[in-house]
Every structure is written in C-alpha cells, then in structure tokens.
Design a protein around this ligand. Structure first.
Ligand SMILES: OCN(O)CCCc1ccccc1
Ligand code: NI
Length: 183
C-alpha cells in the first residue's frame, strides 16, 4: 500500500527528470505499480482510510512521485459535471490542445510539495491525450476544464515540471492572457 512515506518530495532530482517510456504491452510489475498508484488515490479520498493512514488526498499521481522515472500516471476524480475519471495510463501524451488557456482560481498544490505556493497556474483549456490503459488498450481522451488541468499537472511530472514553474514570479495572481478562470 502506498502511503505518504513513499511520496518523493521536492528537492529530490527525480522530480526534475524526463521519465522514460514503458515497454508495451505493460509488464505485470508495471501494471501492479500503476494499480497501487490508483489505489492510493482512492484510499486518499476515503475519509476513514485517509485518517487511519494520514494520507494527503490527491486526484492524481505520477510515477516519479513514488521514485519511478517511468511515464505512468493515475487519476481518480469527478469533474464539475460529476463525470468520473479513474484511469491508470502508460506513456500518456498530449496530441493536441486549445490555444485558449484555463486556470484554477484556487491555484494548485502537489503531494510532493509540503508548502503552499500561491498563484495562478495557466494551462491549456482543452487537451486531447493518447495513452495505453491498464488493460493494454490505446485510449484517446478529449478533456476540458478541471479534467484537462489535472492531466496536464500529471504529465508535467513526467517531464520534470512542477506546477509552480508556471506561476508568474513577478505577479502570481495576474490574469493569464487568453485564459478562463475555473472556480
Ligand atoms: O501530481 C499529483 N499531485 O501532486 C496531487 C495534486 C494534483 C493536482 C492538484 C491541483 C490541480 C491539479 C492536480
Ligand atoms: Ni503533483
């Protein structure tokens, strides 16, 4: 079971590496790892389990955050329209995106960052993702708004990018150009 002691915190160079593609079809080991990452997210959103094991709730998790420089990510959340997104993905990539940007007015956080870093994180408002899922199937996801934000946050981790890299250091709460606020 993944708990907070397994989560790599900022300062560890692995969070700044470009993670390696995994071989397909995925190995049993990589499938088990991705299942564990997905289970962490579900556990972290269950009040009893979360309290019992002192987990930080998370809507996504990328393999570098548990010390594996592999292009694997898990997400588990419902978006503003109550649509459930629950995926373990291998080799996810953004194949197209909108010009328009979007940002969470609440800013972002990260399980690997034990501090608040205030400011708007401008991201693409809409992205199309291609990846291989836990069953070994090629998936194509067209995402917008909160779902697009979460997936971009996770894919950033596979490229050594942290959410605060996108915050304007001179004016963290400046309205980003051509971007829509998401409350
Ligand atoms: O990498 C996952 N993680 O650190 C957990 C938080 C994920 C997340 C938080 C705010 C907005 C988008 C995504
Ligand atoms: Ni993160």
């Amino acid at each position: 079971m993944i708990t907070m002691k397994d989560i790599i915190r900022e300062g560890d160079p692995i969070l700044r590496e470009v993670a390696s593609e995994v071989d397909l079809p995925p190995s049993e080991e990589n499938k088990e790892t991705l299942e564990e990452m997905l289970q962490y997210l579900k556990n972290s959103q269950d009040e009893q389990i979360c309290d019992r094991y002192n987990l930080r709730p998370g809507v996504g998790l990328a393999a570098p955050q548990i010390g594996l420089s592999k292009r694997m990510l898990a997400v588990h959340f419902t978006d503003f329209n109550e649509k459930l997104y629950s995926y373990g993905l291998f080799n996810p990539r953004i194949v197209s995106h909108s010009v328009e940007k979007a940002y969470l007015t609440s800013g972002e956080g990260c399980l690997s960052v034990d501090r608040e870093v205030p400011g708007y994180v401008p991201r693409y408002a809409r992205v199309t993702i291609k990846a291989t899922d836990l069953e070994g199937n090629e998936v194509k996801l067209r995402l917008r708004d909160f779902a697009a934000i979460v997936f971009q946050h996770e894919i950033d981790h596979l490229n050594g990018v942290m959410f605060y890299d996108h915050i304007d250091p001179d004016n963290p709460f400046k309205e980003p150009e051509n971007a829509k606020p998401l409350d």
